[in-house]
Ligand binder design. Sequence first.
Ligand SMILES: NC(=O)C1=CN([C@@H]2O[C@H](COP(=O)(O)OP(=O)(O)OC[C@H]3O[C@@H](n4cnc5c(N)ncnc54)[C@H](OP(=O)(O)O)[C@@H]3O)[C@@H](O)[C@H]2O)C=CC1
Ligand SMILES: CC(=O)N[C@@H](CCC(=O)OP(=O)(O)O)C(=O)O
Length: 337
Amino acid sequence: MIKAGIIGASGYTGGELLRLLINHSNVKVELATSRSLAGKPVTSTHRHLEGFLNLKYENPDSEDIRERCDVVFLAVPHGTGMNYVPELLDGNTKVVDLSADYRLETSEFEKIYGIKHSDPRNAVYGLVELHPEVAEENFVANPGCFPTGATLSAAPLAAAGLIDIAVFDSKTGISGAGISPTQNSHYPNLAENIIPYKLTAHRHRAEIVQELTGLDGKLRNINFTPHVIPSIRGIFTTAHLFTKEPLSADDLKTIYEEFYRDRPFIRFPSGVPSLTAVRGSNFCDISFEADKENNRVVVLSAIDNLVKGASGQAIQNMNLMFGLDEKSGLWLPAAAP
Ligand SMILES: NC(=O)C1=CN([C@@H]2O[C@H](COP(=O)(O)OP(=O)(O)OC[C@H]3O[C@@H](n4cnc5c(N)ncnc54)[C@H](OP(=O)(O)O)[C@@H]3O)[C@@H](O)[C@H]2O)C=CC1
Ligand SMILES: CC(=O)N[C@@H](CCC(=O)OP(=O)(O)O)C(=O)O
């Protein structure tokens, strides 16, 4: 059995890691940390895990974490992952970092997040569909939630060198903001509302740019605007991809199906994707329509931000890092409707 630890287990992605890992036949959850809840049962806050987990929160400063765990998931805020990585990697423990600390080049991270990096080292960007080389790694930077849905929607056309301008318009559920209440999460502000934010300069744009320019070095014009909607989970992205030549529906079908051949978590549903059809699952559902007259393709993607956008993807990475089938513990349909 793989012994797993979760630092930051009391938060939303930590809770989702626990929910998925207790159902993973190759994993035993060994450690769950929370500084503010140390000593309390994990089920005192994650009520849905009652009967499945007999574990108490511990402090993350225990010195034996590295010895006790074969893999540690860092489900902690930005600027915090880097405090744990060097020590954990100084042994045989594998690490999947859900924070943004190692997703970008160090100088880019420092510029975008305004945080001085204390541990500049490279990590593979754990978007498995683009980076199967995670299977060779001990340390993976798990992607951001918006960049997962946006990048997957455009990657096939970027890889074919066909995109001139990319415009990503994304809608997210509020769990993306984490467990602490915010102005946007206050019920009267969000209910029956839609809140656009960071219209031209959200920090996730840098990840989308990094990954798409990695596929097409000439692609320059990449734009991203997020909105919060009154949902708890899910990210729905509408990508307007202006192409260098007109593309037909048949062209798109061939390009997307070929690019994502043998990628189990990418689905092409009939009709448009739906957030409820991916809720609680690790799927990214994608559909597309050609607008030949305007050299435009409209691509839609739907993910659960806490699963494919975070904890599910982290387990998909762990599976590959341990030589397991990437579907292990993750092969379940959504909790729809
Ligand atoms: N929510 C989402 O949809 C997604 C989140 N992510 C990223 O995953 C990470 C976790 O997000 P999320 O679960 O939403 O966050 P939450 O705010 O819900 O939870 C944060 C967790 O980290 C712990 N924590 C906070 N500060 C520290 C610290 N200095 N040292 C150790 N533990 C700490 C908290 O517990 P305590 O303070 O008690 O120790 C808590 O358990 C973030 O980097 C986030 O950006 C990535 C993709 C999607
Ligand atoms: C609704 C909301 O506030 N969403 C968050 C999503 C970011 C997130 O979760 O952070 P990472 O994916 O980078 O780790 C935001 O826009 O900042």
